[in-house]
Design a protein around this ligand. Structure first.
Ligand SMILES: [Fe+2]
Ligand SMILES: [Fe+2]
Length: 169
């Protein structure tokens, strides 16, 4: 027989420390999304050249999706009795998505996007594992977000393949 506490799951008093741990994982995810929005805005505007157009349009679409992810993570932090952090807590890590030396260097952008998406995929898999059997609502949300990131990465892997075939990457 499940106790009353276990039946109320991750929101119960007994689960406070697990919940705090989860909120920290979600805060990291939130910052990853916010930084990705910043990086994708810059990299959807900076590139020059005919071949940049596909990348630009792709990133413009992704910006909206990543912003949506950030909002979902923020909302879940609150639902778990956490507080969405203020901007002073932000620390940038995406060294690989800084503007390239030459704005026609599309391969640099493509590789940077793949690295960002890979980082998200790794972190979200970790959250999915942490929430397994503990918090199915967060797990369900993060599985859907993970699906988006896998799609983003696959798309950019395809772009990279084109440059690799031509010996440009
Ligand atoms: Fe995202
Ligand atoms: Fe993404």
């Amino acid at each position: 027989m499940p106790t009353r506490a276990s039946s109320s799951g991750i929101l119960s008093e007994e689960k406070a420390s697990e919940r705090e741990e989860l909120v920290e994982l979600l805060k990291k995810a939130y910052w990853m999304e916010i930084e990705t929005v910043m990086s994708y805005i810059a990299n959807s505007i900076n590139p020059d050249g005919v071949r940049a157009q596909e990348i630009i349009e792709s990133l413009q679409e992704d910006i909206e999706e990543e912003l949506g992810h950030a909002k979902q993570f923020a909302a879940r932090i609150k639902e778990l009795y956490g507080v969405v952090p203020g901007s002073l807590e932000f620390a940038a890590v995406q060294s690989y998505l800084q503007p390239p030396e030459h704005q026609t260097d599309i391969v640099h952008v493509i590789k940077g996007v793949i690295e960002a998406e890979t980082g998200a995929i790794e972190h979200y898999n970790r959250i999915i594992e942490f929430t397994d059997g503990r918090d199915f609502v967060t797990q369900d949300m993060v599985i859907a977000i993970l699906h988006d990131e896998e799609g983003h990465r696959r798309l950019f892997e395809g772009y990279l393949r084109e440059y690799e075939v031509e010996g440009l990457a």
